[in-house]
Design a protein around this ligand. Structure first.
Ligand SMILES: [Zn+2]
Ligand SMILES: [Zn+2]
Length: 341
């Protein structure tokens, strides 16, 4: 039988993403699931991978795309939790199940983690082959480009499960990219007040307002900590760093006894913090990394339709225009770009 080919967006090494003809994958292993990709989001991580020098590692030759929704086309013999015709979302972080951390249930800290769309083929293609444990069923009533937000949303829910926000508490979100806006939407729904967002881009500030922020502060124009004190008196109960290099700002804005959630990641960030203040003011600093057991919660949020996550998808592009989507993100002129292969 002749192998069929498809067009896919392939990481070709430092700074290069090419549209290439590659083989259409086929079910081989008993736990394989073959997917027809319906929508795949471009993530900040993709932009980091394609930066020169790269801000995130990836394997050359791999089909990129790790935030996607798809229809199941075929499954291996041992797959019984999804069936052909099901709409699914993909958890791209494939943990091993046998290392010390997986055996403690800390699967997001797996010593042998691999990433779909980063170290093995992902979703910037019409078809994708993934292991059974990576797919979760989602109602077809959720638009595919909205369903493709399940991965970042599951990560954000994991982060929020650590800060345990109480209604009526105040919060400050640093950065209004897709992650910061997902935090904003969920903190609004959780009854946070006031809800503050710090953002320098006016395009993103507009989206933060639409997501329910009470006050958007541009730290280039005003003193951030002073503005937060004016709005909250004591400082924010909770501060989320959605950027990954703003721990100093977070510590200036959080109240005594408050919590700082570190979500964003920036490999070269080396903040100069005054450890004395963290001790004396009993600041809790919480790191959070990707999703752990939170895909079902994210899917329920998407299916419930109570929160308008779809508003974060500002652009829909065919695969052949993926470079335009990446440029829009680099210029800060998009929130979430969905590729429709
Ligand atoms: Zn991502
Ligand atoms: Zn493991």
């Amino acid at each position: 039988m002749m192998t069929q080919t498809m067009r896919a967006a392939v990481f070709e090494g430092e700074g290069r993403l090419g549209i290439r003809e590659v083989d259409v994958p086929r079910v081989g292993a008993p736990d394989d699931v073959l997917l027809a990709v319906r929508a795949a989001g471009i993530c900040g991580t993709d932009v980091h991978i394609l930066a020169v020098p790269p801000g995130h590692p990836a394997t050359a030759g791999v089909v990129m795309g790790h935030e996607y929704a798809a229809d199941v086309l075929a499954v291996g013999d041992r797959v019984d939790h999804v069936h052909p015709g099901d709409r699914v979302v993909v958890d791209p972080s494939v943990w091993c199940g046998t290392c010390a951390y997986c055996q403690m249930g800390l699967t997001n800290l797996c010593d042998r983690m691999t990433g779909i769309g980063i170290f093995r083929h992902g979703g910037f293609a019409p078809f994708s082959l993934v292991p059974a444990r990576a797919v979760y069923r989602i109602a077809a009533s959720v638009a595919p480009e909205t369903a493709a937000l399940a991965e970042p949303l599951a990560d954000v829910v994991n982060g929020l499960s650590k800060v345990r926000v109480v209604p009526g508490e105040s919060a400050l979100v640093l950065g209004a990219g897709p992650i910061g806006l997902l935090f904003t939407l969920l903190l609004r729904a959780a009854g946070v007040s006031p809800l503050l967002v710090a953002e320098v881009s006016s395009f993103r500030a507009g989206h933060a307002a639409a997501c329910g922020a009470d006050l958007i502060i541009n730290p280039k124009d005003v003193d951030l900590a002073a503005a937060v004190r004016r709005a909250t008196v004591l400082g924010a109960d909770v501060v989320v760093d959605a950027v990954g290099m703003l721990l100093e700002d977070a510590l200036r804005c959080v109240r005594k006894g408050g919590r700082v959630l570190l979500f964003g990641m920036h490999e070269h960030a080396r903040p100069a913090v005054k450890q004395y203040d963290i001790t004396k003011y009993e600041i809790q600093i919480l790191g959070t990394y990707i999703a752990r057991g939170t895909f079902p919660l994210a899917i329920r949020l998407l299916e419930a339709g109570r929160i308008d996550f779809g508003a974060l998808v500002t652009h829909r592009l065919p695969l052949t225009r993926i470079h335009d989507g990446i440029d829009l993100l680099r210029q800060g002129q998009a929130v979430k770009v969905a590729i429709l292969p």
